[in-house]
Every structure is written in C-alpha cells, then in structure tokens.
Design a protein around this ligand. Sequence first.
Ligand code: FE2
Ligand code: FE2
Length: 136
Amino acid sequence: MSIIAWTPALSVGISEFDAQHQQLLEMFNDLFGMIRNDGDKTQLALLITRIIEYTNKHFANEEFYLAKYQYPQLEQHKAQHLRLSAEALDIQQRYAAAPQTFPIMDVFLFFRTGLIRHFYNVDPLYTKFLHAHGLS
Ligand SMILES: [Fe+2]
Ligand SMILES: [Fe+2]
C-alpha cells in the first residue's frame, strides 16, 4: 500500500521530470514500508541517503533545463531547491546521529509539506515555458 500515491494531478507535463517525481514517491513509500515493518536501521539510513541523492540529482536536472532556456524564475526555483536540499541534509544528519530516537515523522513532513508541495505548486510553473522550448 502506498502512503502517497502518484496521481495525474501531480504531472508537470514533462515526462522525464514526471518519471523522477514518481521514482521519488516510490522510494518514499518504500521508506514507510521499512518504518512500518520496523526495518533494519542501517538499511533505513541507506535509503534516506539514496532519496537525498536522487532528490539532488532531480533538482540539478530541472535546473539544467531551466538555465539552458533562461527561465525567468530560475533563481527563485533554485532557491527553493536549495532550501529543500538543506532540509533533507538536516534530516539525514539528525537520523545518523540518533537513529533510535529520531522522530521519523520529520521525514514524512519533509516529503509531504516540502517535496510534494514543491512538485505540486512550484514545478508546474515551468511547464508552459519548457513546452514552448520543445520539451514534453
Ligand atoms: Fe521537481
Ligand atoms: Fe523543482
């Protein structure tokens, strides 16, 4: 069962980015499966690291195209990515420092109110612009 399921409402209209957003949701659901089953802490830490690496790769990928075509809101978009990356790093470090007592709900909140909200509210702002430059 997925904690957060992909829906077409989350589409940003660029297949490469949709696939990456879907991949992140899948990793997030895996993480919650592991938490629910009281999975191994080392595996959990590894998955958190993988999620963060993938998130940063995805951000860099978006920024590459937004910079390439000189997206007018590039700086604002990058600033949001930077803030989310910093938040993710903070979570990773706090988890690594105290895996037994770490409030795992913080990871959920990061996804729900940070990443998903960004995918849903901020990423779609570039859709028209990138479509106009031939991306789909
Ligand atoms: Fe995105
Ligand atoms: Fe983004």
